[in-house]
Each structure stands twice: as C-alpha cells, then as structure tokens.
Design a protein around this ligand. Structure first.
Ligand code: UDP
Length: 491
C-alpha cells in the first residue's frame, strides 16, 4: 500500500506510541519480529517485546558470547541508546526443556490454549503501567490476538511473515473449498489449475501451501492456521515482510479486504550480524573455511529451522552432493530427521567429503550468503531464506518440504526465474541431485541466466528499502495516528 504523503518529521513530533509486540515462538518468525521491533523503535515507537520463555532459554544456551542473558535487546540498546525496547518473556505452558520438535501437536495445542493466557497476564500488567500503549502487534498465526487487543482497548496490528501470495490463498479459502480444490476428496484433482483467486492469475494446486494440499483439514495445524487467519482479517492493520514490487497483484487483492502494508525486507541491511541474538542453536563460524574456497564455488545447503526431512531423502541428497564433487557447507540441524536421530547422515559421509565439505548444526546464514565463495543455495525455500538469498544474489536449488515453501518455490522458479527445481521426481534420487547441483553450480547458460535475473530482483528489494517499503512504514504510522486521534475524540 503506497497511500500516504506522510512527512517523517511530522510523525517524530507527535507523542510516542507504545506497542506490545508478541513474537510467535518459532525461529523463522522470531527473526523478522526482532527486526520489526527495531524498525519501529528506530521510528519513534516505544516497544515492549514479549518472547516465549523456552525460545529465550534456547537462545541463551546457544549464545555464549552475549552476556546480557536476561534481555536479547541489551546490546542493541548499548549500541543505540535511544532504542526504546523493553523485553519480557512468558511461558507457552510447557516445561522449558520439553522437546517441541518431537511433540509437535502438543506444542501447537499449547500455542493455542496456554501461551495466550500467559500473554494476557503480561499485557494486562503492561497496560496498567504504561498509559501510552496503543497497539498489540502479534504474528498473523496467533489465534488469540484480536480478542485480547479488543479487551484491553488496543488496536490489533497483525504481522505477516510470509509472502502475500500465501496470505491471498488463506484469505480466499471459501473459493478453494467451493471449487473442491481443498479438503476431503481434493487430492483427486492434484493437477488442477487454480485461476479464480483475486490477484493470482493462475497457479497449480501443487503450489498451494502444504496444509492446503492435505485432505484432512482438521489436524492440529489446521486448528491453529484457519482461526488465526480469520483473526488476522479482524486486524486494523497488517504489516508484512514482503515487497510491493515483488507481489503487486496479490497485495492489491488483499488490500481490497484489509489495510495491508508491505514493509520488507525486514533484516539488517548493512550488517550480516545483528546485535540481537536470535539463533536457537549455537552458530558455527564458517568464514575461515569459506575464505579458503574460490569465489562462487560453494553450495550452501540448509532446510531452515523447522521442517523435517526423511532419512531416505537425506541420504539421496548426501550422495548427490558427494558425487557432484562441489564444495559445500551444509547445516544439519540436530532434529532434522528427528530429535531421536541426531546424526542422520550416511555412515562414512563426513570422512568421504572431508576438505571440500563443511557440516555444521547451525551458522550465521546471512554471513554465509554474503560471502564471495558462496555460489548457490540448496534450500527448503523458507520465506526468510528466500529474501536473504535474493539480497545476496545467490541463486536457488529448491527442495520445498512444508507449509509456504511450495508457494515460494513457484515464485522463485516459475515467476522470478532465479532458481531451479529439485522436486520434480518423487522419490528423490541421487542422480537428479547430482545433475541439478551441476546445472546450478557449473551449468554455463542456466547459471548466467539465474544470476542475471537475481540481480534484477535484488534491485527491486533494494529500491523498496528506500522506496515503497519505507513509504508504507510511514503510511502505517500516519494511519495509526489518525486512528488513535479518532479514538481519543470518541472517548
Ligand atoms: N538461519 C540461520 N542459520 C542457519 C539456518 C537458518 O541463521 O544455519 C536463519 C535464516 O537466516 C532465516 C531463518 O533462520 O532467517 C530461517 O527462516 P526461513 O523462513 O528461511 O525458514 P524456517 O526456519 O521458518 O522454515
């Protein structure tokens, strides 16, 4: 939405609004939430940031260098004393050490039923002590936020951390149901083309999010997603980590229903390291190893923080990488197959690739992507990874596993043409892995095309940071101020 002629100085002169920002307790949601808090606080907002206790605990355990263990923003405030961000943690109702990855449904249940109760107690306390609190910013995957905001007389600002296209699907579930393309019996029309969603000219059913491709729409995940999207529709504002120029049509379609502001990409542009610790696993330093490799020679492999992969697929990928002979840096999370199997790589693999392969449990991804040695990214296509890899102009090899990653693949490969697929043949075979890695890393024409295209898409992102996204942030401030004034006149 580019709908304001706002003047940032005018905004600065007004009294400082206070927002409570609740981060959804997942790595891929926490990272942009922290950046949103910093962005708002840098624009004269006062923020109270609420993080889940277990997430805080895991960050603290993983981060041995940051000594501000009670407050992840302490160092950022030391660097920038005017940054007005308070920090607090609340429980999600489960013991801190409970294995949420292994017990996914129990965790989802806790985020629906217990986490909001703890958030409410915190919100009540903040509202009592800080009269300038005007809005509750919560992740769009929160089922509880609009009700809580209303109860405490706050505006609900919903924070969408994925592509606008995905939100557009979720906003038009009724159409997908009407056409029989989701829900019971819908897998019979696997090859269906969907051409009736406003803002999306045509898409295959297989490009919907994984949850929309399932027959059973009553799982715990669905019990969380569907009500949370209904709740996001009640928000006074939706802020999104996307860019108008990347997704103009789905954004316009959403804007016919709700005030939606594309303000991405939300990551620290100048620095590959943020002063706020957010990693849930200890970061291995890969820079010295990368320094020893020729420019563009290293394939970076990571499947994000959340999705699991089958042992069979992992073995095929490992063997394909081995056969390709390329240098690689692979993030193998301890729970990547299951926390019951903390070293799922084929026996002997580590020795066989010694020297040309580095395997770590977690790293600083932005530092890796920004390194000159990195030439390609074999990825699950998480939205943060997608934006980061575009930013550093690293082309993609796409292996989507879950949720929005299937839609992101479509955007990356079919629309923007900045990556290729590693998901056409099922089951995955090592020879396909080998061929696709060669195409990406060594493959002459294709490699050049992808690099050219990614430069163009990166430019859109870069322009947005000083153009449309910046303007949208200020539009949001303006509209929020108008809403606050209207409300105070009505009281
Ligand atoms: N990430 C990281 N180190 C790693 C792997 C991932 O810092 O070793 C970060 C990555 O930079 C991104 C986030 O974790 O910001 C993952 O988010 P994404 O949306 O890509 O995937 P998700 O984890 O939500 O599936």
């Amino acid at each position: 939405m580019e709908n304001s002629n706002s003047n940032p100085n005018q905004i600065k002169n007004r009294s400082k609004p206070h927002a409570i920002l609740v981060a959804h307790p997942l790595q891929g949601h926490l990272i942009p939430s922290v950046q949103l808090a910093i962005k708002l606080a840098s624009n004269n907002f006062s923020i109270t940031f609420i993080n889940a206790e277990n997430i805080h605990h895991q960050i603290t355990l993983s981060n041995t260098t940051n000594h501000s263990h009670d407050d992840i923003f302490a160092e950022a405030r030391r660097n920038s004393p005017s940054l007005d961000i308070d920090y607090m943690t609340v429980s999600d109702g489960l013991p801190v050490g409970f294995d949420r990855s292994l017990n996914h449904d129990q965790w989802v249940g806790a985020t629906i039923h217990c986490f909001p109760a703890h958030v409410e107690v915190a919100v009540a306390k903040i509202v009592r002590s800080k009269p300038a609190v005007c809005c509750l910013i919560a992740d769009s995957y929160s089922v509880w936020a609009s009700k809580l905001a209303k109860k405490y007389g706050l505006f609900y600002v919903s924070f969408w951390t994925e592509s606008a296209m995905v939100l557009d699907f979720y906003f038009h579930l009724h159409l997908l149901k009407e056409f029989g393309h989701i829900g019971p019996g819908s897998s019979g029309c696997k090859d269906a083309i969907i051409d009736y969603i406003p803002g999306i000219s045509s898409i295959k059913r297989t490009d919907l999010t994984s949850y929309l491709q399932e027959e059973d729409l009553t799982t715990m995940a669905h019990q969380s997603i569907f009500p949370s999207i209904e709740d996001a529709k009640r928000a006074e504002f939706i802020l999104a980590n996307t860019v108008h120029e990347l997704e103009a049509q789905p954004i316009s379609a959403i804007q016919t229903q709700t005030p939606f502001y594309a303000i991405g990409p939300l990551f620290p542009i100048e620095f590959s390291t943020s002063p706020v610790a957010t990693s849930l696993w200890a970061e291995s330093d890969c820079i010295t190893w990368l320094d020893s490799k020729p420019p563009g020679s290293v394939l970076y492999v990571s499947f994000g923080s959340y999705a699991h992969i089958s042992k069979e697929e992992l073995e095929e990928i490992a063997n394909g990488i081995k056969l390709s002979g390329v240098n690689f840096l692979w993030v193998v999370r301890p729970d990547m197959v299951s926390s019951d199997d903390s070293d799922p790589l084929p026996i002997g693999f580590r020795d066989e690739v010694n020297g040309r392969g580095m395997i770590v449990t977690w790293t600083n991804q932005k530092a890796v992507l920004s390194h000159r040695a990195t030439g390609g990214f074999l990825t699950h296509c998480g939205w943060n990874s997608t934006l980061e890899s575009i930013w550093y102009e690293v082309p993609f090899l796409c292996f989507p596993l879950l949720t929005d990653q299937f839609t992101n693949r479509k955007l990356i490969v079919d629309d923007w043409k900045i990556g290729c697929n590693l998901c056409e043949e099922k089951p995955l075979k090592r020879m396909e892995v080998l061929q696709k890695i060669k195409d990406l890393m060594i493959g002459g024409k294709l490699g050049f095309e992808l690099k050219d295209n990614i430069k163009r898409i990166k430019q859109l992102l870069e322009n947005a940071t000083k153009g449309s996204s910046e303007k949208n942030v200020h539009s949001f401030f303006e509209e929020l101020n108008v809403a606050i004034e209207k409300k105070s006149l009505a009281c």
